[in-house]
Write a protein that binds this ligand. Structure first.
Ligand SMILES: Cc1cc2nc3c(=O)[nH]c(=O)nc-3n(C[C@H](O)[C@H](O)[C@H](O)COP(=O)(O)O)c2cc1C
Length: 222
């Protein structure tokens, strides 16, 4: 019981210590060991039907960082000081009949791919009828939603490790996408741009949380 109490306390502390860091200490670098755990949190994240419709680009190239500053106003703080800077891509091609689905079923789920297996049929039906994911734009937005689950896990994992972070949507999607395509960093046949994130160590006080009380956002239905 004592242990459970401690876990509860630790969890809330971690959620309070995670905040959207505006100023990073550019002299402090995340260790490779810690970074691998953050990426493992992304890799192990859940996704709809398990198709993992994401790719994470760790941007180490200084010129790319400089170029992004003009296109991504919300990323400037991270680009200036974060130890690690991520661009997350979401797939736009995950359908039951895609090459990618066949690859996932065979290479990752270790099943035989069949056009009309119960899994493939259920997935096709879900996309067509339940969620009406019938074009690459809606497939892309559906995949983006899932990348945010990985993002949340990465932010929380970083906080557990004493690492600060900032999630980023402050960019012109069209301009950054064109940049990534022009620099061969994103193949638009398979991917679109979802979000960015910076990870590192703060060079400022933690911003205290401003949140609505639970009763404004939570209702128990009896
Ligand atoms: C999806 C998403 C996009 C965000 N984009 C930016 C951004 O571009 N730049 C930034 O400085 N903060 C960004 N934030 C941080 C939010 O402003 C911040 O999380 C929110 O105000 C709550 O504050 P806290 O995270 O410090 O608790 C983003 C947060 C989320 C979840």
């Amino acid at each position: 019981m004592k242990r459970q109490e401690q876990i509860r306390k630790d969890l809330i502390e971690v959620f309070n210590r995670r905040y959207a860091t505006k100023k990073f200490d550019q002299t402090k670098k995340i260790s490779n060991e810690d970074w691998q755990i953050i990426m493992e949190a992304a890799r192990l994240s859940p996704s709809s039907f398990g198709y993992e419709p994401w790719k994470f680009l760790l941007i180490e190239n200084q010129q790319i960082k400089e170029d992004l500053k003009d296109l991504a106003w919300g990323a400037v703080n991270s680009l200036n000081g974060a130890s690690h800077f991520i661009i997350c891509l979401a797939r736009n091609d995950v359908t039951a009949d895609s090459k990618y689905a066949k690859y996932m079923v065979e290479e990752v789920f270790h099943n035989q791919y069949e056009e009309h297996s119960p899994r493939t049929d259920a997935f096709r039906n879900f996309q067509a009828n339940d969620f009406q994911l019938n074009d690459s734009k809606s497939l892309f937005e559906w995949a983006c939603k899932q990348t945010y689950i990985a993002l949340g896990n990465m932010l929380t994992t970083a906080a557990w490790l004493g690492i600060d972070s900032c999630p980023i949507e402050g960019f012109n999607r069209e301009k950054v996408s064109s940049y990534l395509i022009d620099h061969n960093l994103m193949d638009p046949e398979h991917y679109g741009l979802s979000h960015m994130a910076g990870f590192g160590y703060r060079d400022q006080q933690i911003t205290p949380k401003t949140r609505q009380p639970l009763d404004k956002i939570y209702e128990v239905i009896k």
